[in-house]
Design a protein around this ligand. Structure first.
Ligand code: DGP
Length: 116
């Protein structure tokens, strides 16, 4: 998939608007358009990777940066102490609909287990 075809690459490029709440040299975070919790943020690497299955050793710093951003955003959103969930769906069977990896950060309500 080329960057012009990828929705999240276009958000990173600024071609499509998003409610961006955090940016670093490696990642961008913005509010999910269809929130499943009071706080629902998507954290994505600037560099395109379609799924976890496409991850290589070279992507390790980007994936680490996703989790570091999740920690910072959970603090700034005020959900760190009560608890929050981070989820990355891999492929359609797990519910992935946008094929640019993204970490869902969900919080602000009671979470149940197992997930659906
Ligand atoms: P997933 O199903 O795991 O691939 O999650 C994709 C998420 O992306 C889903 O929760 C909805 C969100 N989403 C899809 N299109 C847009 C968009 O244009 N803007 C924003 N902010 N979120 C989007």
């Amino acid at each position: 998939m080329s960057q012009t075809d990828c929705l999240f690459c276009r958000i990173v490029a600024g071609d499509i608007p998003a409610d961006i709440i955090y940016e670093s040299d490696r990642v961008v975070a913005f509010r999910d358009i269809n929130p499943q919790a009071p706080t629902h943020v998507l954290i994505i690497p600037r560099a395109h990777v379609s799924t976890i299955n496409d991850m290589t050793e070279d992507h390790s710093p980007d994936f680490a940066a996703l989790f570091l951003a999740a920690r910072l955003i959970a603090q700034s959103e005020g959900i760190a102490d009560d608890g929050y969930r981070v989820v990355m769906n891999c492929n359609a069977g797990a519910g992935q609909s946008v094929f640019h990896v993204h970490l869902h950060l969900l919080g602000g309500r009671r979470m149940t287990w197992p997930p659906g």
